[in-house]
Structures are given as structure tokens and as C-alpha cells.
Design a protein around this ligand. Structure first.
Ligand SMILES: [Zn+2]
Length: 331
């Protein structure tokens, strides 16, 4: 990790000075009052907690019912079938009955997609400030602490480099469990730096989006400007001849769908993922027309030319490797 990581340290310092909505933790520990101490406690409290299974509807969770350990079986959200949990994990969390693709966390996605132990995570030392003093049900700094404790993630995005079937690449994954996978300044900054690294290292780029929230309202305009910032980095990457494969998973909405997720040289999607900008209810209320049943699904988007292919989770590795080879970027 050490020698390869050095080039990535330089942009870290330069960028942090420019962008006031993020800070570099390792450099400023102890100097930022409430934010820093809150983050510290978040880190201490969440070191090894597993990511939650947010879409599981548990069967057999009744503690009074003897002989059925909690979480051994779960119900499919797609067809209602009761599935043996181990069987589901073996099938990459895809229902054996109906092919419903269950939620998987960003770390699980990385381990499914990339070669074993090949992933080197980048830019883990960036965290959000609270530029607006925003509060939903709780103040934003407390919200971040709670989300970190819940998911075990620093923010809604993991980026880094790794190998996919022996092919080196830069990979980023957003996780819908962390404030709906919304793009605040940290997600935008991590993606931008990763794209810049991919440009410099001349590596293919794969971004797997699972963002139901679009731009993160907690950071207002700082979130919105991430859309332009990430897209500008992608434009420079494109001009340098880079290959960007965007993979849309359930859900990919709002400012994420309206920026980097739609800009892939190739845009793949998992089956039946929700993909769109505003949600179907908002669209229905605005256009006042009956929407098709499959509106804003991957299948609908494919039929209307918005995405290039729908790929089953089990085939994603093979297909991405094939595209990388086809485009001749293997180093
Ligand atoms: Zn099913």
C-alpha cells in the first residue's frame, strides 16, 4: 500500500485547501472542535461493525420460536419466496427463484467484483463539515455519526484501485445505506480525486452507483456543485482517452443519475434497478399522465436507449473484463 499510495497523497492536501466543505482528518485532528471530536467517537464506535441488511425482511426472527436461529431464512422482496440465507449469499444475494437482486453494501460489492484482497482503498481521510448548520431530525454532524455507526462506512462512497480478473482498474462504489447514498462534498471529492488518479495512472474506471438520494440536501449548494466537479473530471479523463464503465444498481436517482452515473462510455445496469431523476410519484404528479408499469426500471431505460446493457450480477465481472480487453486498455 505504501509506495503506490504516495501519488494520491499530494492531491489530497491541495484539494482540501480549496474546498472548504471538506477537511482532511489526519491533518486537522483536534483543531476543529465539535466536528472532529464527534468524528473521533464515530470512528472508535464503529471500527468493526458489519453493514446492515436494510432490505431484508426477516423470517424466523421470533425469539420465542425454538430451533430457528435468527436470520437463517429471509423473504424475497421480488417474489415473496422464503430463501435460505446461505444459498442467497452463495448466489451473490440474487434470489434463486426470481432473480431479484438484493441490496449489497459497498464493501460486499468490492469483494464480489474485484480479485480477492486486491483492493487498495483511497482517500479515507476526508470528512464533511456542516456548512449550513443543517438539521433534519437531528443535526447533520450527529446524523453523520449515526450513519457511520449504522453502516461502518466513513461516507456513502468507497474508492480505490484494484484488479478485476487480473486487469488493473480504479473502482468506486456508492452505498445506498448511508443517507441514501447521496452525493455530498465527500462523495464528490472522493470520486473526483479517483477519476484524476485514473487519468494519471491511465487505468480504466468503474463506478458502481447505488444512490437513491441524489445530491445531499444536508450540504445544499456544496452537494450540487459536486455534480459539475465530478463531470468536469470525467471530461478530462475522456479527453485523455480513458475508459469509464458506469454500473447502475438499485436505486440510482437524482443528482447521481443526472451526473456521473449517466456519463459512462458504457452504461450497464442490474436487472430491475430503479433508475431515474425524480421519483415516479413526483413525475406522475407533475405530468399528470398515467406512467407505464415498468417506468424508471433498467428494462425501461434500456428500451429507451438510456443504458447500453442489463447485466446479471453474477456476470458483471466477466463482462467488465471483456469490455476492458475489447477497448485495449489492459496494461
Ligand atoms: Zn425472489
Amino acid at each position: 500500500m505504501s509506495s503506490d499510495d504516495k501519488p494520491s497523497e499530494k492531491p489530497t492536501k491541495d484539494k482540501a485547501a480549496k474546498d472548504k466543505s471538506v477537511e482532511t482528518r489526519s491533518e486537522k485532528t483536534g483543531t476543529n472542535g465539535a466536528t472532529t471530536s464527534a468524528e473521533k467517537s464515530a470512528e472508535n464506535g464503529t471500527a468493526n461493525k458489519p453493514a446492515p441488511k436494510i432490505t431484508d425482511s426477516w423470517v424466523g426472527a421470533n425469539p420465542n420460536k425454538r430451533g430457528v436461529p435468527e436470520g437463517l431464512w429471509l423473504g424475497c422482496d421480488g417474489c415473496g419466496a422464503t430463501i435460505f440465507r446461505k444459498e442467497l449469499e452463495k448466489r451473490l444475494r440474487v434470489c434463486p427463484e426470481c432473480n431479484h437482486h438484493f441490496y449489497i453494501s459497498a464493501p460486499a460489492r468490492i469483494s464480489q467484483l474485484l480479485d480477492q484482497d486486491s483492493f487498495e482503498e483511497w482517500f479515507t481521510n476526508i470528512s464533511s463539515l456542516d456548512p449550513l448548520g443543517f438539521a433534519d431530525r437531528k443535526p447533520y454532524p450527529e446524523r453523520l455519526v449515526a450513519e457511520r455507526a449504522k453502516t461502518g462506512l466513513d461516507d456513502a462512497c468507497i474508492t480505490g484501485r484494484g484488479y478485476l480478473r487480473g486487469r488493473p482498474l480504479v473502482c468506486a462504489v456508492t452505498d445506498s445505506a448511508f443517507i441514501m447514498g447521496s452525493m455530498g462534498s465527500v462523495v464528490g471529492e472522493k470520486l473526483t480525486r479517483s477519476i484524476e488518479q485514473a487519468t494519471e495512472l491511465k487505468l480504466p474506471l468503474v463506478i458502481v452507483s447505488g444512490s437513491g438520494g441524489g445530491a445531499r440536501m444536508h450540504e445544499g449548494i456544496y452537494s450540487l456543485m459536486q455534480m459539475g466537479k465530478v463531470c468536469a473530471a470525467l471530461a478530462r479523463y475522456h479527453e485523455a482517452g480513458g475508459l469509464f464503465i458506469s454500473v447502475l444498481t438499485n436505486p440510482t436517482m437524482g443528482g447521481v443519475a443526472a451526473s456521473f452515473a449517466s456519463l459512462g462510455d458504457l452504461v450497464f445496469a442490474e436487472p430491475k434497478a430503479l433508475v431515474g431523476f425524480a421519483g415516479p410519484r413526483v413525475v406522475q404528479a407533475t405530468v399528470k399522465a398515467q406512467l407505464p408499469d415498468d417506468f424508471q426500471t433498467s428494462e425501461f431505460m434500456l428500451a429507451h436507449g438510456f443504458i447500453d446493457r442489463i447485466i446479471h450480477r453474477a456476470e458483471l465481472r466477466t463482462e467488465i473484463a471483456r469490455v476492458i480487453d475489447y477497448c485495449g486498455l489492459r496494461q
